[in-house]
Ligand binder design. Structure first.
Ligand code: ZN
Length: 178
């Protein structure tokens, strides 16, 4: 009886830790600027200009990269953060990955062009968890990748989740994604 109680308590503690390991951030300019620095310091190779809520690549205010520009919609990022805490950081790193592809003329057929930068995003989650202290970042990113998959350009949810994990498993070395 006592052992059973202990086990139940232990299981509960684990589930609370897992669920509570990341909390939804408010997508403020501080949060985005900090994320920008984190991704920039980690990724190197490029130094794109980042625009919030400005149609520099597309009228669609989600997340885009074109050339050495990244365009991010803050309402879009907030909606993803609400369901997948910290996932705006993964999205940021994904778009950063595109700027590396564009700078170095790395082009693959669909959906591998996109899956390659899901790998970059996944690699950032390793760095985020292990060097920046963002517990739960990988789980959130993988959940998001799975949920938003399904179109021919980006790949299926399973493919997106797989490449996000592949990136995580590089130990934070984005070079391994290319
Ligand atoms: Zn993309």
């Amino acid at each position: 009886m006592k052992i059973k109680t202990l086990i139940t308590t232990a299981a509960l503690a684990v589930s609370i830790l897992t669920v509570g390991s990341a909390s939804a951030a408010r997508v403020t300019s501080q949060y985005l600027n900090k994320t920008h620095q984190e991704v920039k310091n980690w990724a190197g190779y490029t130094n794109p200009s980042v625009y919030y809520d400005r149609a520099v690549c597309s009228r669609d205010m989600t997340a885009y990269a074109c050339g050495q520009k990244i365009q991010l919609g803050t309402r879009f990022l907030q909606s993803k953060e609400n369901s997948y805490p910290l996932s705006a950081k993964f999205i940021f790193a994904h778009e950063w990955g595109h700027t590396i592809q564009f700078k170095y003329n790395i082009y693959s057929r669909a959906p591998y062009q996109e899956l390659q930068v899901d790998c970059v995003g996944g690699a950032f989650t390793y760095h985020g968890e292990n060097s920046l202290g963002y517990r739960g970042l990988f789980r959130s990113a993988q959940g998001l990748a799975y949920a938003i998959g399904g179109d021919p350009t980006h790949g299926s949810g399973s493919q997106r989740a797989y490449y996000t994990r592949k990136g995580y498993n590089t130990g934070g070395r984005l070079e391994s994604c290319f």
